[in-house]
Structures are given as C-alpha cells and as structure tokens.
Write a protein that binds this ligand. Structure first.
Ligand code: MD6
Ligand code: FE
Length: 217
C-alpha cells in the first residue's frame, strides 16, 4: 500500500488553498523547517522574553508576545507601534534568523508576492484559554506588502472577516506547519484567533506559536 504523506495531493505537492483574491493558505509549507524554527524561537525568547503587553485601553493581552528583526511590534497605554528597541531589555530586538527570512520570502513568492523581504517578525504564544480578538493590521507603512503568518504547535481556529468589523467571519482551521499569506485586496481584512483549546504538540507542549512576518518600515 502506498502511503501518501498527509497534506500532499496526487501530484506530491502540498495544497495551496485560496482564502480570498489576495490570501492563500499554504498547507504544511513550514513543515520542512520545523526543527530550525523551534530552535530559533527558543533562542529569541531567551534574549527578548515573551511578555503580556497592555493595550491602549488598559487590558493585558492574554497572548504572550516578542519580536525579532529590525522592527518589533509593541503595545502599551500610549498605543500600538513598531520600535527598534525592546522596551523590556532596552536593547535592539534579536536579529531575524536566516531560516525565518527564507521561509517568509519563499511563502510570499509561492502565493504570488515576489521579493517580499520582512523587517519585522512578531512571535505570538497562545496557551489554552487565550485568544486574539478581531483586529486589522494597519501599523505598517506600506499596505502593498503582504503579511506571512506561520502556525506552529497545537491547532487553532483563525477567524477571517471582511473590511468592516461587523462583516461575517469565516473559520479557518490552522495546524502545525500551515502558512497563510495575505495581501492585496485582503490586506486590511479583520481577523482574530478563537480561544485555544487544551491540546498537546510533541515540540510545543500545550502551546500554539504564530509568527507574523511584515515589511513594517
Ligand atoms: C495568529 N495572526 O494567527 C494571529 N495578522 O496568531 C494575526 O493576527 C495575523 O495571522 C495579520 C496577518 C496574518 C495573521
Ligand atoms: Fe493580525
């Protein structure tokens, strides 16, 4: 009996699923790099610790975050913004590992966005019971550049809405190794992550980690 690896179709290539005119789910695209990615994430979090940021409205975010790259996304009572310096360590964010850049550039190109070079990678860590409420990503300078989003660890349900907060949302299950690329007409769509269920992943215990790569500056 032949045993086709999960997520591969009859031609042996991984499935690329359109989610919109400018959005594609690349099933399993990050699987080949998982060990390098997980090692790099540990090294980054040793240098720039995962932390629960405060929103401008004064709420502590349930998702723990850190960054690598020239620019890092931060939030506090004064607002959301990108900074070159980690406000906790007061040093530059850890540099972007080569395996991160290669993955993001390769995923973007596969989805039709040539020469995407990220300068920022936000690392989100979800524990069971945490979620990310519906939001738009609009702190970047150039909305013509896509965002590349990598899911690792336990599965989650991604909510993909429209250009208005009140638009209907679609539930997109994301598993370890999935990569979503979105840009163009989908760049400013509302999105979020439903409350993470208790689950286990061999490399990440009960956590989900999401990497979002952007050209922020
Ligand atoms: C997450 N992702 O999947 C959160 N934003 O954990 C995001 O907020 C996100 O996946 C912009 C583009 C892609 C994303
Ligand atoms: Fe987002």
């Amino acid at each position: 009996m032949t045993n086709l690896p999960l997520f591969e179709n009859e031609t042996g290539t991984r499935r690329n699923e359109p989610l919109g005119p400018g959005a594609t789910l690349l099933h399993g695209f990050a699987l080949a790099d998982e060990t390098a990615l997980l090692d790099a994430i540990k090294a980054i979090a040793d240098d720039a610790p995962l932390r629960n940021m405060v929103t401008p409205g004064g709420f502590v975010m349930s998702v723990a975050m850190t960054n690598c790259g020239t620019l890092g996304w931060t939030s506090d009572r004064r607002g959301y913004r990108y900074t070159e310096i980690d406000p906790i360590t007061e040093r530059p964010w850890p540099s972007m590992p080569a395996c991160f850049t290669a993955l993001a550039t390769g995923a973007a190109a596969t989805a039709g966005f040539e020469s995407f070079i990220p300068d920022a990678c936000l690392i989100n860590r979800y524990a069971p019971g945490t979620r990310l409420t519906l939001h738009q990503d609009k702190n970047e300078q150039d909305f013509s550049q896509p965002i590349v989003s990598v899911s690792l660890g336990v599965p989650a349900i991604f909510l993909f809405g429209g250009l208005k907060r009140s638009d209907k949302t679609r539930r997109v299950p994301l598993v370890h190794g999935d990569v979503v690329v979105w840009g163009g007409p989908d760049r400013l769509r509302y999105h979020g992550v439903l409350t993470l269920k208790e689950n286990h992943h061999p490399g990440l215990e009960n956590y989900r980690i999401n990497l979002t790569f952007r050209k922020a500056g």
